[in-house]
Design a protein around this ligand. Structure first.
Ligand SMILES: NC(=O)c1ccc[n+]([C@@H]2O[C@H](COP(=O)([O-])OP(=O)(O)OC[C@H]3O[C@@H](n4cnc5c(N)ncnc54)[C@H](O)[C@@H]3O)[C@@H](O)[C@H]2O)c1
Length: 336
């Protein structure tokens, strides 16, 4: 049994607590939160779990083998570093860190200490994203052309980060998993309409190798909730609509064929291919349940997590570049 301590019992932490406590290989052994109200809520759900208000007391709990961190991003580096230095495996919420050097330091430390460092890119573990990966890997879509997502709603305004750091990690991590292409440049536009310096709505463009492109539209100020992703290939295209109760993925045998002869090109001759659509069956296991089992498996069998520190670093690199581009009103920023 792997004893896990959780830091942060706010909005997302309770989801981790529930999945950790249901997992047969993991034991939810402790919860730490500096809010008395949140500790009271934790006690109601988990009366037998050790509760800590003080971080030092929590880290001094020698029973803990692993630490899950579900606090705001500004705290991630310090807490994850302490967890690794005290010999614990780490489950770290997205986005991994505030800066690229911080993410690199955590990766190095996890390697040195021989500990598992999993970054919670939850969507990668959903049945929908796993199914899309299967379809792409079979070559059904042909050559990949674009990733185009809209993730907007009347959202929870964050006090410390803009919408890019809050919502775009989901899309960047999904895209990295499905289309692991070299990313070249990022351009991001947005504005802080509400006078608090926080950007609530932004459009990111990511230029990748082979002329592949991503558009990621994120917003907390949309009157309706839209969670739609279009993934375009030369042979087929996918619509992933996470708001649908069923048939969340539709695979369209549609495409565009450009003429190749000089005359066809001169006349801009384009043919549209319109074929069938099918909606594949999706595994409906909760993503966090699968991810918890994967975390345990990595610890027990010394495996590397699917969403490891390197995956977390890739996302942080894009976020940092996007933040720079936002300040430059969308000027493209190179990705190293
Ligand atoms: N994977 C996902 O799909 C997903 C979804 C939502 C949030 N998140 C991530 O989870 C993290 C937390 O987000 P949230 O929305 O739950 O935030 P939140 O503000 O609702 O909760 C954070 C909790 O941590 C506590 N806390 C903060 N700093 C602390 C510290 N130093 N010591 C002890 N307790 C501390 C706060 O009191 C609060 O209860 C963020 O990194 C966020 O990006 C991930």
């Amino acid at each position: 049994m792997i004893n896990v301590g959780l830091i942060g019992f706010g909005y997302w932490g309770p989801n981790l607590a529930r999945n950790i406590s249901f997992n047969p290989d993991l034991e939810l052994a402790a919860i730490c939160d500096f809010s008395s109200d949140r500790l009271k809520a934790a006690k109601q759900h988990y009366p037998r779990v050790n509760l800590y208000k003080d971080l030092d007391d929590f880290f001094n709990d020698t029973a803990l083998d692993a630490i899950a961190i579900a606090t705001p991003v500004a705290t991630h580096f310090k807490l994850a570093k302490k967890a690794l230095l005290t010999g614990r495996h780490v489950w770290l919420e997205k986005p991994m860190t505030e800066t690229v050097p911080q993410a690199e330091e955590l990766i190095e430390l996890a390697e040195q200490k021989n500990k598992v460092l999993l970054v919670d890119h939850t969507f990668v573990y959903t049945g929908e994203v796993r199914k899309i990966k299967e379809v792409i890997d079979k070559g059904e879509l042909g050559d990949m052309i674009y990733y185009d997502s809209t993730r907007v709603n009347l959202g929870l305004f964050q006090q410390d980060i803009n919408v890019v750091w809050d919502l775009a990690p989901h899309d960047i991590s999904i895209m990295d998993y499905l289309m692991p292409f070299k990313k070249i440049e990022v351009s991001a536009t947005g504005s802080h309409y509400y006078g608090n310096g926080i950007v609530p709505k932004s459009l990111l463009t990511i230029y990748m190798e082979n002329n592949t492109i991503a558009h990621i539209n994120v917003s907390w100020v949309s009157p309706v909730k839209i969670r739609q992703t279009l993934i375009g290939g030369s042979s087929k295209m996918i619509l992933y609509d996470d708001n649908q109760p069923s048939e969340k993925i539709k695979i369209y045998d549609k495409g565009v064929v450009l003429g190749h002869t000089m005359e066809e090109l001169y006349r801009l001759k384009v043919q549209y291919r319109v074929g069938d659509m099918y909606a594949p069956k999706i595994d409906d296991q909760e993503a966090l349940a699968l991810e918890s089992s994967h975390f345990a498996d990595c610890i027990i069998n010394g495996k590397k997590p699917l969403t490891d520190g390197k995956a977390g670093l890739e996302v942080v690199k894009v976020l940092v570049a996007a933040e720079k581009s936002l300040k430059l009103k969308g000027a493209p920023v190179q990705l190293a």
